[in-house]
Design a protein around this ligand. Structure first.
Ligand SMILES: Nc1ncnc2c1ncn2[C@@H]1O[C@H](COP(=O)(O)OP(=O)(O)O)[C@@H](O)[C@H]1O
Ligand SMILES: [Mg+2]
Length: 278
């Protein structure tokens, strides 16, 4: 079998990650015993960034798979491909990760169908094996291999929940948007804007998060705050930046947009107030 070039999966430079609790120590402890880990939390709150940071810190290659409902078991495990010399087996990302001892991160795992998700079962219990049935091979996972999955508990329907038999193979960590002061520091760092402006963006977001379940499916994520900050750092006026990055992506409902625009105006009044511009 040809050697896999693992350097492509290495994270060379330390990713910027600001811890919000004991998550770094907890994840490291779980990794030490090769416990599979589930990261729960709303979209854009730092789960993927955390995994990148941990892979860097633990010096493991990271293979990320963005899950979707069209994904099949073969997309994870691998398949035979036809080429001019006949058929050739090609490992999927899960198989590569198991062979090289990578952290395999299945992002938004509930998006995958349950018959796809079950392929991780033999890798996430004492067996640590991956049977490649079509190829007639059983891959024994490399000692450094670990499975990490993420999902957003609020957002999916009961229909799309994970099976208990899947859930109960993981230690789980809950993520949420960081506390205001921490989040402002993150937004300021990521977007290259001053702390004061970042703090005001966070305040707008907090208003929107209180509307979750009252007309909004989700509040504004840290990711969106970073987008807004990036537009501001590109000299887009704050109200326009907030409209583009915070209001428009969140909702199409006219009343809800009015509410969110009012929140923007509250925290960026001096610029939004047209009477002062004139
Ligand atoms: N604790 C944190 N430290 C550093 N950056 C963070 C943190 N939390 C969120 N971010 C920022 O928010 C963005 C979105 O986070 P991400 O990890 O992609 O979210 P998720 O995977 O939870 O959907 C990141 O790109 C990063 O800029
Ligand atoms: Mg993510």
């Amino acid at each position: 079998m040809s050697e896999i070039d693992t350097s492509q999966f290495r994270i060379e430079n330390e990713p910027y990650y600001k811890p919000v609790g004991n998550e770094v120590e907890q994840f490291a402890a779980a990794y030490d015993v090769r416990m599979p880990v589930m990261l729960k939390g709303p979209t854009g709150c730092g789960k993927s960034r955390f995994v990148e940071y941990m892979a860097w810190k633990l010096q493991r290659p990271l293979i990320t798979v963005a899950c979707n409902e069209d994904m099949t078991a073969s997309d994870l495990i691998g398949r035979f491909l036809l080429d001019i010399n006949g058929t050739k087996w090609q490992d999927g990302p899960l198989t590569i990760a198991a062979r090289i001892g990578a952290i395999c991160y299945l992002d938004e795992v509930v998006e995958a169908r349950q018959d796809t998700t079950v392929v991780i079962h033999p890798l996430t219990d004492h067996r640590r094996q991956l049977p490649l049935e079509k190829k007639g091979e059983v891959v024994n996972a490399h000692p450094d291999f670990q499975v990490v999955i993420s999902y957003n508990p609020g957002y999916q329907s009961m229909m799309k929940d994970l099976k208990q038999s899947t859930k109960q193979r993981f230690g789980a960590m809950s993520f949420d948007y960081p506390q205001a002061a921490t989040e402002a520091e993150i937004v300021s760092h990521e977007a290259g804007i001053d702390l004061k402006t970042a703090e005001r963006l966070v305040q707008v977001a907090e208003r929107s998060r209180n509307l979750k379940g009252h007309g909004l499916d989700e509040g504004m994520s840290t990711r969106l705050l970073v987008y807004a900050g990036q537009l501001i750092s590109q000299d887009i006026p704050a109200p326009a930046a907030c409209q583009m990055a915070l209001v428009e992506p969140l909702t199409d409902d006219p009343d809800m947009r009015d509410t969110l625009q009012a929140a923007v105006q509250t925290f960026f009044p001096e610029i939004t107030d047209s009477s002062k511009v004139a």
